[in-house]
Design a protein around this ligand. Structure first.
Ligand code: 13P
Ligand code: SF4
Length: 303
């Protein structure tokens, strides 16, 4: 990334001067993920790492709900997001009032929220989960049925892995819902040796074609272990770019879909964020207290 070198250098210098760390999701572009991030990972890894940050300031390279999660876990630190418009179709699909209505409709049924939700929603639920621990979280509740929100496809995937009855919300990820089983079958027909791995936010007909399904971190680990010759990664495009930078011998076949929200974060606005200390993520303390409980319950399950 030679043209970007001066900006990368400036970010890395300013990061030290500000006593800041950069947390980046696996969907961030390679020049961010590999050149300026201190910690990279999936949603669960980023939440766990956020609990260990010693620096004064966190710059979250990801979408808004991820920055909110870091703020929930670090109420006394400055958490910055380089573009606060970096949203998520899942987080936008449900509000706190919807959770209260669901609780009224299904009294006594525990509520699990995917971390891809606002702090307002997290404050209304019993526990959070990510795509890497969703089944474990659902089963930890020891309940015959569980409300699982907001991703209907992740809910279907979880339901296929547990005997717990899953009551789903209607949200979907605008990136993963666009893949089809048909396009994957076409890849297999063209080359029967190709390996296909998919994120559980994909529709069931897509997952039915996959050799492996898992969170972004689980997908990366699968590639590291299996080293397939030719691979289709059914997820956001930067994942394949980031894995290719690490494992150039694996031939990545497209398709992939871009997340427009993740792509709002750029080297230019990261530098700007460190220079101006904006945009700072703030959460009402009373709401944050309740939302933090849901995230911490999930994190504590791990240990
Ligand atoms: P994970 O990295 O936790 O698998 O999440 C994927 C995603 O879509 C985040 O927005
Ligand atoms: Fe949300 Fe999907 Fe983008 Fe992830 S990839 S931030 S789930 S819209």
């Amino acid at each position: 990334w030679p043209l970007m070198a001066p900006t990368i250098k400036a970010i890395n210098e300013l990061k030290k001067a500000r006593n800041a760390v950069i947390l980046a999701h696996n969907y961030q572009a390679p020049e961010i993920f590999h050149c300026v991030a201190d910690i990279g990972g999936d949603s669960l890894q980023l939440a766990v790492e956020a609990t260990k940050v010693k620096a004064d300031t966190i710059v979250q390279c990801g979408v808004h709900f991820m920055a909110e999660t870091s703020k929930l876990l670090n109420p006394d630190k400055t958490v910055l997001i380089p573009d606060p418009r970096a949203g998520c179709s899942l987080a936008a699909s449900i509000a706190g009032a919807d959770v209260r209505l669901l609780r009224g409709k299904f009294p006594g049924v525990p509520v699990v929220a995917y971390v891809n939700t606002s702090a307002e929603v997290k404050a209304e639920v019993d526990i959070c989960c990510t795509s890497s621990n969703a089944v474990q979280v659902v089963e930890s509740l020891n309940a015959p049925s569980v409300i699982f929100l907001p991703d209907r496809y992740l809910a279907t995937y979880v339901a296929s892995k547990t005997d717990v009855k899953i009551i789903a919300w209607k949200g979907a990820c605008e990136v993963h819902e666009r893949f089809t089983g048909e396009e994957l079958r076409a890849f297999r027909e063209a080359d029967p040796t190709v390996q296909i791995i998919a994120h559980p936010e994909c529709p069931p007909d897509v997952l039915a074609e996959a050799d492996f399904t898992g969170s972004t971190a689980h997908m990366i680990n699968w590639v590291r272990n299996k080293r397939p010759r030719r691979l289709v990664m059914i997820t956001e495009c930067s994942m394949a770019d980031n894995v290719r930078a690490e494992l150039p011998e694996v031939e990545m076949l497209r398709p992939c879909n871009l997340c427009p929200h993740m792509k709002r974060i750029t080297l230019a606005n990261i530098l700007d964020s460190l220079l101006t200390l904006r945009e700072e993520v703030t959460i009402d303390p009373a709401l944050a207290e309740r939302a933090r409980r849901s995230v911490e319950r999930m994190i504590n399950l791990k240990n």
